[in-house]
Design a protein around this ligand. Structure first.
Ligand SMILES: NC(=O)c1ccc[n+]([C@@H]2O[C@H](COP(=O)([O-])OP(=O)(O)OC[C@H]3O[C@@H](n4cnc5c(N)ncnc54)[C@H](OP(=O)(O)O)[C@@H]3O)[C@@H](O)[C@H]2O)c1
Length: 327
């Protein structure tokens, strides 16, 4: 089968050659069913998440032995089933999330890890649902308990997880403030019906958000969703209400922020560190319910996946260049 492999740690955006960290194999062995409840899926689509890139450059928290096939969330069609598989059959449309291995033509998973993609859901869209929307759903709904009427501030709102957070915020009935860089991204976010969008390439976040809150007779921000970190976090803390929830999602700016414990104490803030992938081990039931709810929202059109570009596996370096460097 065709698969994209990482053979050494390095920059996946450099053109393919004998020396590049990633390469395309056209004769990689098709994975075998490794248990009676295993299912082999012919991958239809898989998404490129920031973590996939971090893994290849060696900066992710989990460091797999080399060589490895990167890739986490995916969708596809069931192609073979073990003899004790009871809930799935050949031809079913499914989606899932793996620690590794979805940048390939086939992947094997246990049937309990696979979700049926409901009628009405685009299979390509379902391949980009789990990591981004799953993270934001667990963070906003289960951890912060975001409710109607609350104010949600989303940093990095034009990125993968940010874009999912603003949509989930609207489904929950929150007033959503999005932060992005550049007119095009701001325009796009406005087209989604976000209540207020701040373009930080034009100035700082504080003045713009304060003005919006005043106009809406709102006091401050109840939930901060932060996949960016750095100075942006520091500025955002000045906007938080008493009792606010802070969701620490990631550090796309490259800087891990400091949240002063003395201010957290005085303002009764709750700071949540969230690593979505670890729910698979620690709270698999919650993760399952969360994904099922997201699939039903996708089928009803309450959320939508914004696919900016699609690539074939053989376009590996263009894919990394277009998404990671193209931002
Ligand atoms: N905790 C978890 O379980 C979990 C799950 C998924 C992702 N994450 C983490 O979340 C982060 C974002 O992931 P992603 O997939 O959404 O990445 P992404 O699609 O690349 O989005 C990152 C966003 O951050 C913005 N950004 C980067 N540097 C910035 C800066 N200095 N100032 C302001 N904005 C900045 C980018 O803005 P522009 O669009 O203007 O470039 C972009 O919109 C990563 O650190 C990732 O590892 C964590």
């Amino acid at each position: 089968m065709e698969a994209l492999l990482c053979r050494k740690i390095g920059d996946p955006t450099v053109p393919l050659s004998e020396a590049s960290p990633i390469f395309i194999s056209t004769s990689y062995p098709i994975p075998v069913l490794d248990s009676s409840t295993a299912v082999r899926v012919r991958v239809k689509s898989t998404s490129l998440n920031y973590a996939n890139y971090l893994q290849i450059v060696g900066k992710y928290q989990e460091k797999p032995p080399l060589p490895f096939i990167p890739g986490s969330d995916y969708s596809g069609v069931v192609e073979a089933v073990g003899n004790e598989v009871s809930k799935l059959k050949i031809g079913d449309r499914v989606c899932s999330f793996a620690a590794l291995g979805s940048f390939a033509e086939y992947i094997v998973a246990d049937e309990k890890e696979l979700f049926l993609v409901p009628d009405g859901c685009d299979l390509v869209a379902a391949g980009a649902l789990l990591v981004a929307f799953g993270t934001s759903h667990v963070a906003l709904v289960h951890r912060a308990g975001l409710s109607s009427g609350q104010v949600l501030l989303v940093l990095g709102a034009a990125g993968g997880v940010g874009l999912s957070a603003v949509q989930i915020g609207k489904v929950c009935g929150a007033t959503v403030i999005a932060v992005a860089r550049g007119a095009e991204k701001v325009q796009f976010l406005k087209s989604l019906g976000i209540d207020h969008v701040v373009d930080i390439s034009k100035g700082n976040i504080f003045g713009s958000v304060k003005e919006f809150l005043k106009a809406r007779k709102l006091k401050g921000v109840d939930v901060l969703y932060d996949p960016v970190g750095g100075n942006l976090t520091k500025e955002s803390l000045k906007l938080l209400n008493w009792g606010a929830n802070i969701l620490v999602i990631g550090f796309a700016s490259g800087e891990v922020p400091v949240i002063p414990a003395n201010i957290a104490l005085v303002k009764n803030w709750t700071i949540h560190g969230l690593y979505w992938g670890s729910y698979k081990i620690h709270q698999p039931g919650l993760l399952k319910d969360s994904v099922k709810e997201l699939l039903s929202w996708l089928a009803k059109g309450l959320i939508s996946i914004n696919v900016f570009h699609t690539y074939g596996l053989s376009e590996g370096t263009q894919m990394f260049r277009g998404t990671i460097c193209g931002r």
